[in-house]
Design a protein around this ligand. Structure first.
Ligand SMILES: [Fe+2]
Length: 194
């Protein structure tokens, strides 16, 4: 069996495990934690993810689909972020779990502190920080807010499972703490299925 076939088999098993967890528990912190442990275990099998099979980004970052389900299902990706890449605090609107294959990425976690009454205005408070590196991962619920920064001189490479495929993503909210503002991207939930 080729590496690609072994990888595909392992990715299929991972998503089957994720479905079994959701069916049993729903989307709760305990379920997200369990999914994260499964994804960390898969990410430890680095022989399944040789870098020769995944083109590096030209700049910033790139997501390689590993297994994307039909019918608005889950998406499993290999993500590559180059040194120096950073993202402002944002909320995906959908849960996700991550696990590192190589490199280090710092995630800062935030909580929104205003009541959302004024369009375009928002304040956030930093409430935590985690570094995702090999052997570790993190999980986020639908409206958790994080910022990211690649640490060091190596690309941060990891696996990510999202509750929706990236091509079917809901609106993402971007927070700008220095301006007390928020802006949102257009939802792709009503786009034709890719
Ligand atoms: Fe994010």
């Amino acid at each position: 069996m080729s590496i690609a076939e072994k990888r595909n088999r392992a990715c299929t098993k991972l998503l089957a495990d994720v479905h079994a967890i959701v069916d049993k528990e729903g989307i709760y912190p305990s379920a997200l934690h369990e999914m994260k442990l499964k994804l960390v275990a898969l990410a430890k099998r680095t022989e399944l993810f040789p870098l020769a099979d995944f083109a590096m980004p030209v700049a910033q970052g790139r997501n390689h689909p590993l297994l994307v389900e039909d019918n608005d299902g889950l998406g499993l990706y290999l993500t590559i972020s180059l040194p120096g890449k950073e993202a402002a605090p944002h909320d995906h609107g959908i849960w996700c779990v991550n696990a590192a294959l190589a490199g280090r990425e710092r995630h800062q976690l935030f909580r929104r502190t205003d009541d959302g009454a004024t369009p375009g205005r928002a304040t956030v408070l930093k409430v935590g920080e985690v570094t995702v590196e090999p052997g570790h991962g993190m999980a986020m619920a639908d409206h958790d807010i994080h910022s990211t920064m690649v640490l060091g001189k190596e690309p941060a490479i990891g696996l990510a499972v999202y509750g929706y495929a990236l091509t079917r993503f809901p609106s993402v909210s971007w927070y700008l703490p220095q301006f007390g503002s928020v802006r949102t991207t257009a939802s792709r939930r009503h786009a034709p299925a890719a």
